[in-house]
Design a protein around this ligand. Sequence first.
Ligand SMILES: *Cc1c(COP(=O)(O)O)cnc(C)c1O
Length: 332
Amino acid sequence: MNKSTIGLADIFSARKRIAGQIESTALVQSPSLSQSCGNDVFLKLEHRQITGSFKLRGASNAIAMLDRQKAENGVVAASTGNHGRALAYAAKQAGVASTICMSRLVPSNKVEEIRKLGAEIRIVGDSQDDAQVEVERLVAEEGMTMLPPFDHAAIIAGQGTLGLEIIEALPDVATVLVPVSGGGLAAGVAAAVKGISASTKVIGISMERGAAMSASLAAQKPVQVREEVSLADSLGGGIGLDNRFTFSMCQDLLDEVILLSEAEIAEGIRHIYAQEREIVEGAAAVGVAALLAGKIHSNGPVVSILSGRNIDMALHRRVINGENPFAGDEVA
Ligand SMILES: *Cc1c(COP(=O)(O)O)cnc(C)c1O
């Protein structure tokens, strides 16, 4: 059977499989947002997850589902961001070798962080595309398994465990705010939340600059968008023109997708720091940013997912100080 959707049963199985390997993160009320929004607002503190993002849930589940033979050959990916970190860590925990392919242009501190988490690093070529070619070679010639960041059944089911934690902790939640890039998080969380509470709304949030899922939903098919620099760097990249799972799941399950300006995202990061006393990356701030911008209308309790914390601290400081965030050296 060619199943192209993930349901509650897959997500419950994923939870059993990854129990003990991930943290169940806290859900806390935000007094300031509850007061300003007129609904109880809760924050899911997933930026405190091991490796600094929810990506560990999907990576741990996908590695646990490999058959023994495949596992012996190791796993591979081209991600230099949160998926790469999560995959390196989850593989090491499971005693599986991992290889992360990167281009020469990836900053050395990023390379070292992923190496320290236990991955073998392959530096190839001058672009993400060159790195992806090497991934495909390792799959073809060395029998490694490529684990992509979002469009994969086991990854989506793993991310869905975050939705289970939300709906179990707050059964009467009316609206869940989810950051969206490739849509693995949104698809998994929406499948979990709506599987248990059909009336709960799940709203996806992206940045105005280069929102591939939003553009694809509007076009009713996967489309490419131009990549642009954004404070929400973890939300960049396409959804894949040959998308198998996340596009149709987001089409079916998301009630709405909202886009935010860079200034709105910056305000979200600042609020989360100054009022909630948490340090998050831009991608994680979009739910709070949408609330602050008055773009969310809910008829009951709201949960916003703080999805990750891996922000360059010099960039964070500039945002907090209200300076031009891109005056520094992050932008090539
Ligand atoms: C990957 C990521 C997202 C988006 O997840 P998708 O499954 O690609 O939609 C959001 N926030 C953070 C911090 C991420 O690392």
